[in-house]
Design a protein. Structure first.
Length: 266
């Protein structure tokens, strides 16, 4: 196959995949925000169960990794800031880096490993066991029955997890600031609050919300695409993780560029 034809086929396949993700997300959004007004109830018990799995059970690993990332940021930033005689700016560097970028991104990657892969494995196993066909036979729409609770749980929990990760990252940076940069906890937190503006926080939360949509859509889509056989479940899970990470990075790039070019000039 010629190179140009290969590029064309890959481009068409990629656009078709993005379209399928958009269609799945739209169906889940309709089930959550529109169908309740038409008499179709949201599966609240299932949504709460998913929220516990996505959010509450992820708190320990999110806290630990975010704390270490904040500490690493402070250590790395201190190299150059010390040479410039501006070690007091460690708090600002950690706070802005965590809230704008690393908090949402690291949280998304951890959620992909925990929940995105689980979505693909759960739906993929149901596909192999023909449970999806059974749902359709009983006139139960798989998107409303399976995807909508995950969609609702993710859009609620991702901003919460990101906010917590930002806080733990600031604490990690504070550990360095208190022990090596002459801060007290009070002065470090005061410097952090002085460095942040509302835009830093809500841009990170918007990113986290979009990451949650991507993770849910990719995980569920890969589950629905699972072929026959238990081996295919593993392949779907792996594919969900790889594609989710790629698309999260791509979405992060797009929104970072948007926020950069729409930032007010000072």
């Amino acid at each position: 196959m010629p190179l140009t034809e290969s590029i064309g086929v890959a481009t068409v396949d990629g656009l078709a995949y993005v379209g399928s993700l958009a269609r799945l997300t739209g169906g889940a959004a309709r089930a959550v925000f529109v169908d309740p007004f038409r008499g179709r109830k949201i599966r609240w018990s299932r949504s709460i169960h998913q929220a516990m799995a996505v959010g509450v059970e992820a708190l320990p690993i999110v806290s630990l990794i975010a704390f270490f990332v904040g500490l690493i940021l402070a250590l790395q930033g201190a190299y150059e800031l010390r040479n410039l005689g501006a070690l007091q700016l460690v708090a600002s560097a950690v706070a802005i880096s965590m809230t704008r970028e690393l908090g949402p991104l690291m949280t998304a990657i951890m959620v992909i490993g925990r929940s995105g892969s689980a979505f693909a494995a759960e739906i993929g196993t149901m596909k192999v066991n023909e449970e999806i066909d059974a749902l359709e036979t009983m006139a139960l729409e798989p998107v409303h029955f399976l995807v909508a609770p995950k969609f609702l749980a993710m859009i609620l929990m991702m901003p919460c997890l990101t906010t917590w990760a930002d806080f733990m990252g600031v604490l990690g940076g504070g550990l360095f600031g208190v022990t090596n940069a002459g801060f007290t906890w009070g002065t470090y937190m005061h410097a952090t609050l002085d460095a942040l503006v509302q835009r830093d926080i809500w841009t990170g939360l918007i990113k986290s919300l979009m990451f949650g949509l991507v993770i849910t859509a990719v995980g569920c889509q890969e589950g629905f695409k699972t072929g026959l056989g238990s081996e295919q479940v593993g392949r779907s899970t792996t594919s969900a993780v790889v594609k989710s990470i790629f698309l999260v990075i791509a979405v992060d790039l797009v929104f970072t560029a948007i926020f950069y070019f729409t930032a007010p000039q000072t």
